[in-house]
Design a protein around this ligand. Structure first.
Ligand SMILES: [Mn+2]
Length: 427
């Protein structure tokens, strides 16, 4: 479904007076701070939506298509992201997964995306499943596999994904491997690493000059004893050995419990090796829950390091890193879930932009631990939602995307258009 600009306008008109009061309160509260600069950064910041988050996800116990009207093909996936972007002006890119989303006609797909003002973010390869008719199996790994023929098949798949991405105007490849082992003794760790590195080198050699390769790590699952790209140290090893186009990708859900992700982010930025970021939230493991739903303070602390570390290197917040949501679960309307995630990310980003860096540096120099905490929590506890809403208003999007989505009965329209029983491709 396509949103009519009048629908957004009417919605904004109904909320504008209340919004102005809240915004003016913020302006008074942050008197002396250049809020215009912050608002412009919020307007510019875009978070890519992965094609696999547009349908209800599943667990290994089952999958419940709750809402219906799920996108049946790549065109409808683009339309869904276009709808999100029209509502919030912060979802201006889509990330495709090959082979779930192979475009039959890349030129047409590019045109369609441009109509919604969308770009193509990183393309993602898939060597964690066997596809129908595939001659060899990834059961015991892909790029790490003891059999060179399996490694070759996985390498060729990744190179094919690059080709698909080039045709769409994407500029990066994300490699996430399920490779690892489930039992002690199953794998020679060193050989698995060396095989993986050699395979990644062949893929790296096929990258166009202006492309980046993101090496994503994950501590466990689906392998439960070892993972061949198990943590940021291993990812950084691969990325460093591969070369300047290779970077580490941080997925919030891919750490062991209580990992200090903000410190990881800070050090990767220091090394110039943080390339991409996957947002989600979790209580226990890779839960794929809505960003900011469980640990909003951690999300803020991560953004605090992102802003500090990127500014230290004169990086552009909006374009220097690949920002993406990577979540998919069972119980919410996926589009509502994504609107909530984007909102949480924008709020955390706004909070990080308003941290008083000078005062924090001074307090750190003086070992004033109490003041350091006060400075961080002052912005974290400020309600900056009106600032994020103002950025949307200026960009022609909705003051309250979720309520407009509900008021317009968007899901009902999608079900009418696509049917009750539609299931999107993906996990
Ligand atoms: Mn991820």
């Amino acid at each position: 479904m396509n949103l009519d600009q009048n629908q957004i306008q009417q919605h904004n008109d109904s909320l504008i007076s209340n919004h102005q009061v809240r915004l003016n309160n913020l302006k008074n509260e942050w008197n002396g701070i250049d809020l215009e600069k912050v608002i412009q950064k919020l307007v510019d910041f875009q978070i890519a939506i992965p094609s696999w988050a547009l349908g209800t996800g599943g667990t290994r116990f089952g999958r419940f298509a709750i809402s219906g009207g799920e996108p049946r093909n790549i065109e409808e996936k683009i339309a869904d992201v276009g709808l999100l972007h029209a509502l919030n002006n912060a979802s201006g890119a889509i990330s495709l997964h090959i082979p779930w989303d192979i475009p039959q006609n890349p030129e047409e797909i590019k045109k369609l995306a441009a109509q919604y003002n969308l770009k193509f973010d990183a393309v993602n390869s898939n060597t964690f499943q066997d596809q129908p008719g595939q001659p060899l199996s990834y059961k015991f790994g892909s790029l790490q596999h003891v059999d060179k023929a399996v490694r070759k098949m996985a390498i060729e798949h990744n190179i094919e994904v690059i080709r698909q991405g080039v045709a769409l105007g994407s500029e990066s490849l994300t490699v996430w491997l399920a490779d690892g082992s489930c039992f002690p003794g199953q794998l020679n760790f060193r050989k698995a690493f060396e095989n993986t590195l050699e395979s990644l080198q062949e893929i790296y050699a096929a990258l166009p000059a202006d492309w980046k390769m993101f090496v994503e790590y994950k501590a466990f699952e689906p392998n439960f004893y070892s993972t061949t790209v198990g943590d940021w140290g291993q990812s950084l090893l691969y990325a460093s050995k591969l070369g300047e186009k290779a970077y580490t990708l941080v997925d919030l859900g891919h750490h062991l419990p209580n990992a200090n992700i903000e410190q990881i982010v800070s050090l990767l930025l220091m090394e110039g090796k943080l390339g991409g970021f996957h947002f989600n939230d979790s209580k226990y493991g890779d839960d794929d829950l809505t960003t900011g739903s469980i640990k909003p303070y951690q999300l803020f602390l991560i953004f605090n390091e992102l802003v500090e570390g990127m500014d230290a290197k004169n990086m552009d917040h909006a374009t220097s890193l690949g920002w993406m949501i990577d979540a998919s679960h069972n119980v919410k309307d996926p589009l509502e879930d994504l609107l909530q995630s984007v909102e949480a990310i924008m709020i955390a980003y706004a909070q990080a932009l308003l941290v008083d860096r000078k005062a924090l540096t001074a307090a750190q120099q003086n070992n004033d631990v109490v003041q350091c905490q006060e400075i961080l929590q002052h912005t974290f506890r400020s309600d900056l939602r009106a600032l994020v809403a103002e950025a949307r208003l200026r960009a022609g999007a909705a003051l309250s995307p979720l309520s407009l989505y509900r008021n317009l009965n968007c899901r009902k329209t999608l079900v009418q258009e696509r049917g009750q029983g539609t299931v999107a491709t993906g996990l």
